[in-house]
Each structure stands twice: as structure tokens, then as C-alpha cells.
Design a protein around this ligand. Structure first.
Ligand SMILES: O=C([O-])CC(=O)C(=O)O
Ligand SMILES: [Mg+2]
Length: 650
């Protein structure tokens, strides 16, 4: 039974439609290893394979995988006779979605090649008999735990990060549950492989490294047919879309269609760190061309070979996309904008925030994670937000997004008007300090940060004049926090807070080593991409990672599990507070302002719970009644990658 404290958001209202397996001809006995392919919806399950009942799952696991526990949501789903297909994945109803096909063949050879259901050598003897796998695998049966051990050794044998990345992508395409189990159990080690910094290099070389496409590509060629394209995607019950147009991939600039690595990587973190089911995640790249000359001249470039569409043509394609998404997946699908260039990022967020459930990770996610770090850092340096002065290098999405969230929180804490608290926050862009005399020529998102001051051109001069307590790099320009800049910060502050946020590592404003060395070990430092610990004068400093990955998976889970229909700034503040609350005394003692990623699933559950609680308070949550214990509820909703047992239906 599904209780009010269990996770029913995963469920939809009917039995499996697409991807069903028909009984038909070979219903009795293993006369043929091939299943009949249904070209029309069928509910006839005779002769097909079904997920074991929860009790059977448990028995199976006690025998084979003592530490694997099926996740609660999935168990309840199955016992409730919910909308699961034969392997227990939920699928949407046929009348809800019209697909151009309705086929799923998943037994024998094909089962081994379906990454959602494949278990490789972990198929049990019984499963091998029941699903026509005899002879297709070598005789040994090993557990998922042993497979994890084998795979981590396999990944470790590569010295080159991009090779590790390719090994991981290969696994994801081969055996999804093993991929997620590996990623979750070795999160600190593998995050830099599937995410920043390596994902940046993967995007740069995407055309040449990929054999099999991932995600959905929507290009100008599909204008007028986007709904049709969405319906080509095999999964129907989508809860999160991460979409990019590839114009500003990390700090690497315009990578066009090859930006696809970013939505793919972000969504694998939605699952690994936030527990959103992989089948509910949809990576999308919108291809409107690229202005990257070297890609345009590259014969292996995978995107449209034309310069970027802009203005009305761009807006129309995006509007068709946004409309089609809502039409196909409903109001509660979360659309995360990722790595759009500044001008489009702000406009899209503004345009769709009141009609869709949209979230811009670079503006809002970064802001939330940095605010959390600052709130935590105050425990180390003392004072309130209002007592500090902030200087940013970089006045784009991340810079202005963080600045605004700091201002909002400070204004809440002090009851001072927003315009007043903004005066403590200064931004430097490529032309120098943003000051009132430049106001006329500034882009709209920079205008609130133009304060009275004489023009200042160099960052180091801005540091010496403004005397910030916190220096934040969001410029996308590597090595811009020079020795002079950091020494100036250290001469003004006993404990300068220095956040070097640009990604990937090559674009980081300074390295961890530089921050500690040039501040004589006094800096409180965190960076967007990871740096290894640094030894300075006999002491080991462990830098924190101020990366959106702390926030968006839990934030998204909170929205989904509460059926929230709009993102409100207060939800971002709730996420920040929840993250800051997860920094332990032990972390503080090591100078850390973020908790380690090893506990990320627990952290995500707390973030999800806080976000959901705030959404209920604001009347934005539609899943009623509100679960009593939101942390437990969040945990019960999380996907776990343990294998399930498959059996032949009686
Ligand atoms: O992907 C990351 O690591 C953070 C991010 O969103 C960006 O830098 O654009
Ligand atoms: Mg980004």
C-alpha cells in the first residue's frame, strides 16, 4: 500500500503501455529466444517476464546481494500493482502519449544490450534460464558488488581523464544500474570524471569520441516539428529536462551541439546525487548553429554548420520547444537551463518563470551553492552577511545571480531595502569596476550593481579601493586572481574568503595552492572545479568545491516530490540554508565550508525536504496532503541502483 509518507510521485495512473512485452506465439516454453514485437499497445503479459514481488526481491537479495536493498518507492510501487512495465520501470499510459512505435523486446541477446535492464554477469542461473540467456554469458555468476570492484579497477587503470570518462559513458550505455552504483559508491573519485573538469574536455572533443548518441537533439531543422521529436524519445514519464544551446559551455565558450555532454552529465548527477530515476531524466541540446570557427571548419563536428540563429528566429524555436515540453509532459516537468550565454539565459528565465517550472542552474543554482558556503564561512570568520563586503570578478549569470541572492538574504536578515544592501556588493567586468558613470551602456542585468565610485580598471586596484572581505571569481577567465590580487586580499583581511568558481579547472581564477600560498595559509578557499589538498608550511589544506552539484539534484528532487509548479527565490534560499546546515563541526575544524560529497545523498534529501517545505508554505506545491516527515519522504523517493530480480510470469 502506498502510505502518505511514501513516495507516490513516481507513479502514474495506469499500466505499462509502451515497451510492453507481448506473449503471443512463444507463450509457453522456451521454443524461441525472440519475443514477439508488439506494434500496437498490448496489456497481454502472458509469457512475459515480470519483476519479482517485493518479498521475492528481498529473498533473492539476501541470497545474492546482502547489502542491496531495493528502494522503498519502487517496492511499494510494485506491491501496489502500479504502472510498472515488466521490469518494474514505470511507464506512462498509452492514451497520455502517442508514440510512433510501441516496441520493446527484452530477452536473450537484446536484454543483454538494453542498458536499463542488463546486469551482465550478475544474471542469476534462474534468470539465464527464464530469459534465454544461456550460452550468451560465460558460466560464472557474480554479484553487483563484485562488478563494482571490477569496474572501479577498470576505470583506475586509465591515466588520461578523458579515457576514464569514456569508460564511464560506455558503462552507462551498457549497464545503467552498475554505472549508478559505481558512481554513488565512489562519488568523490568519479565526480571529476563524469562532471567538471573532464566533461568540458569531452564536450570539446564530443564529435570524435562518441559512437552512440545520448539525449535528444533539437535543431533548426526540426522547427515546426518539436512535439514530434519529443515523442521519439522512448521514455514518456519525464520529470527533469536539462537543456542547453551550447553557447557558453562552462568557461569554454561556444561549443555548439557538442554541449550535449553537459545535460547528460548534469542528469547523471540528478540520479546519482539526487535520486531521480534515470528514465525520468531527459538531456536536450538545442542546435541553432555555432559561432565557433574551428567547429564550423571541423569535418567531425556533429551540429549544424551555420552561424547561430539569433533574435526572432531563436526566440521562436525556443518558444516552440517550451510549449511542446509542457504539452507533452505537463506542467510539473522541471526544465533546467544550462550553459546558455548571458543574454539568452536572463531573457529565457524571465520569460518562462511565470508559466513553466524553470530553473537556471548557472544563475540560480550557483547563487544558492555560494550563499550556502558564505553562510557557513561566517562561522569561521564571524559577523553577519551585512558586515561583509563582496567583490566579484565577472558580472554574468553566475556573478549577478550570486550577488542578487546575497542581497536578498541580507535584506531579509536586516530588514534593510534591497537597494541599500546591494551597495555592499561590487562587480568587476571586462571593462573594470561597474560604476554609475557606466550605467547607460550596461546590460540590464548589470545595472543594479552600478554604484557611485570613480572608474577603476584593474582588479587589484578594485581590491585595494573597495577592501572586500570576500572575493568571488565568476569570470570564466583562468589565472585572473594573481599573486598581487591575493596578497592584497590577505593584507586587508585576517581570513580572506576567496572563491574561484569558474569551470573547468583551466578557467579557475586561481588554484588552491596559489590561494593558500599567497595568503600565507590564511585564505578560506573553495573552487568550482575540484583541487587536491595542498600542503603549505607543514599543514594540509583541503579546499572545498563550491559547485552547483551540491544544490540542483536535491533542489530538483524537492520540486518534483512536492509537485511544485514554479520556482520562487525563497526556494533557493531554503536550499542554501539546508546545505549550510549540513556542514559539521568536524568540517569547520578542517576549514571547510562545504560538507564532503561522500554524504551527498543525505544532503540532497535535506535540501529536497527544505525546498518542498518552503514550496508547501508558499502554496506552490500540488502534491497533497503534505507528507509529515519530508526528509524521510525524500529518502523514500530516491532511486537506488541495486539490481532487481526478474522472473518468468506464471
Ligand atoms: O558545471 C559545472 O560544474 C558548474 C556550472 O554549471 C558551470 O560552470 O556552468
Ligand atoms: Mg553550467
Amino acid at each position: 500500500m502506498i502510505s502518505s509518507s511514501s513516495c507516490s510521485f513516481l507513479s502514474n495512473s495506469a499500466v505499462a503501455g509502451s515497451r510492453s512485452i507481448c506473449g503471443g506465439a512463444q507463450r509457453k516454453g522456451p521454443s524461441s529466444p525472440f519475443r514477439v514485437v508488439c506494434l500496437a499497445p498490448s496489456n497481454d503479459r502472458s509469457g512475459s517476464v515480470v519483476l519479482d514481488s517485493p518479498a521475492a526481491v528481498k529473498k533473492e537479495q539476501i541470497r545474492n546481494e546482502p547489502t542491496s536493498v531495493p528502494d522503498t518507492a519502487e517496492e511499494e510501487q510494485v506491491s501496489a500493482g502500479g504502472p510498472r512495465d515488466v521490469y518494474g520501470e514505470d511507464r506512462a499510459t498509452e492514451d497520455q502519449f502517442v508514440t510512433p512505435w510501441n516496441v520493446s523486446v527484452a530477452s536473450g541477446y537484446t536484454l543483454l544490450r538494453d542498458p536499463h535492464f542488463n546486469k551482465g554477469l550478475a544474471f542469476t542461473e534462474k534468470e539465464r534460464d527464464a530469459h534465454y540467456l544461456r550460452g550468451l554469458l560465460p558460466p560464472t555468476v557474480i554479484s553487483q558488488e563484485t562488478q563494482v570492484k571490477k569496474m572501479i579497477q577498470h576505470v583506475r587503470q586509465y591515466q588520461v581523464p578523458l579515457q576514464k570518462y569514456m569508460a564511464m559513458m560506455d558503462l552507462q550505455e551498457r549497464n545503467e544500474r552498475l554505472f549508478y552504483k559505481l558512481l554513488i559508491e565512489h562519488v568523490e573519485e568519479l565526480l571529476p570524471v563524469v562532471y567538471t573538469p573532464t566533461v568540458g574536455e569531452a564536450c570539446q572533443k564530443y564529435g570524435s569520441i562518441f559512437m552512440r548518441p545520448q539525449g535528444l537533439y533539437i535543431s533548426l531543422k526540426e522547427k515546426g516539428r518539436i512535439l514530434e521529436v519529443l515523442r521519439n524519445w522512448p521514455e514518456k514519464n519525464i520529470q527533469v529536462i536539462v537543456v542547453t544551446d551550447g553557447e557558453r559551455i562552462l568557461g569554454l565558450g561556444d561549443l555548439g551541439c557538442q554541449g550535449m555532454g553537459i545535460p547528460v552529465g548534469k542528469l547523471s548527477l540528478y540520479t546519482a546525487l539526487g535520486g531521480v530515476r534515470p528514465s525520468a531524466c531527459l538531456p536536450i541540446t538545442i542546435d541553432v548553429g555555432t559561432n565557433n570557427e574551428s567547429l564550423l571548419n571541423d569535418e567531425l563536428y556533429i551540429g549544424l554548420k551555420q552561424r547561430r540563429a539569433t533574435g526572432q528566429e531563436y526566440a521562436e524555436l525556443m518558444h516552440e520547444f517550451m510549449t511542446a515540453v509542457k504539452q507533452n509532459y505537463g506542467e510539473k516537468v522541471l526544465i533546467q537551463f544550462e550553459d546558455f550565454a548571458n543574454h539568452n539565459a536572463f531573457d529565457l528565465l524571465e520569460k518562462y518563470r511565470s508559466t513553466h517550472l524553470v530553473f537556471n542552474d548557472d544563475i540560480q543554482g550557483t547563487a544558492s551553492v555560494v550563499l550556502a558556503g558564505l553562510v557557513a564561512a561566517l562561522k569561521l570568520v564571524g559577523g553577519n552577511l551585512a558586515d561583509h563586503r563582496f567583490l566579484f570578478l565577472g558580472a554574468g549569470e553566475a556573478g549577478t545571480g550570486i550577488a542578487e541572492l546575497i542581497a536578498l538574504e541580507t535584506s531579509k536578515q536586516t530588514n534593510a531595502p534591497l537597494e541599500e544592501v546591494r551597495k555592499n556588493i561590487w562587480l568587476v567586468d571586462s571593462k573594470g569596476l561597474i560604476v554609475n558613470s557606466r550605467k547607460e551602456s550596461l546590460q540590464h542585468f548589470k545595472k543594479p550593481w552600478a554604484h557611485d565610485h570613480e572608474p577603476v580598471h584593474r582588479l587589484v586596484d578594485a581590491v585595494n579601493k573597495i577592501k572586500p572581505t570576500v572575493l568571488i571569481g565568476t569570470s570564466g577567465q583562468g589565472r585572473t586572481f594573481t599573486k598581487e590580487v591575493i596578497e592584497a586580499m590577505a593584507s586587508i583581511n585576517e581570513k580572506p574568503i576567496i572563491l574561484s568558481l569558474s569551470n573547468p579547472t583551466s578557467q579557475s581564477e586561481c588554484t588552491a595552492e596559489e590561494a593558500y600560498k599567497w595568503s600565507q595559509g590564511r585564505a578560506i578557499f573553495a573552487s568550482g572545479s575540484p583541487f587536491p589538498p595542498v600542503e603549505y608550511e607543514g599543514k594540509v589544506f583541503v579546499p572545498g568545491q563550491a559547485n552547483n552539484a551540491y544544490i540542483f539534484p536535491g533542489f530538483g528532487l524537492g520540486l518534483i516530490m512536492s509537485g511544485t509548479i514554479r520556482v520562487h527565490d525563497d526556494l533557493l534560499l531554503a536550499a542554501s540554508e539546508a546545505l549550510a546546515a549540513q556542514v559539521s563541526e568536524e568540517n569547520f575544524e578542517k576549514g571547510l565550508i562545504y560538507p564532503p560529497f561522500t554524504n551527498i545523498r543525505k544532503i540532497s534529501a535535506h535540501i529536497a525536504a527544505s525546498v518542498a517545505a518552503k514550496a508547501y508554505e508558499l502554496g506552490l506545491a500540488t502534491r497533497l496532503p503534505q507528507p509529515k516527515d519530508l526528509v524521510k519522504f525524500a529518502e523514500s523517493c530516491m532511486y537506488t541502483p541495486a539490481y532487481r530480480s526478474y522472473r518468468q510470469q506464471e
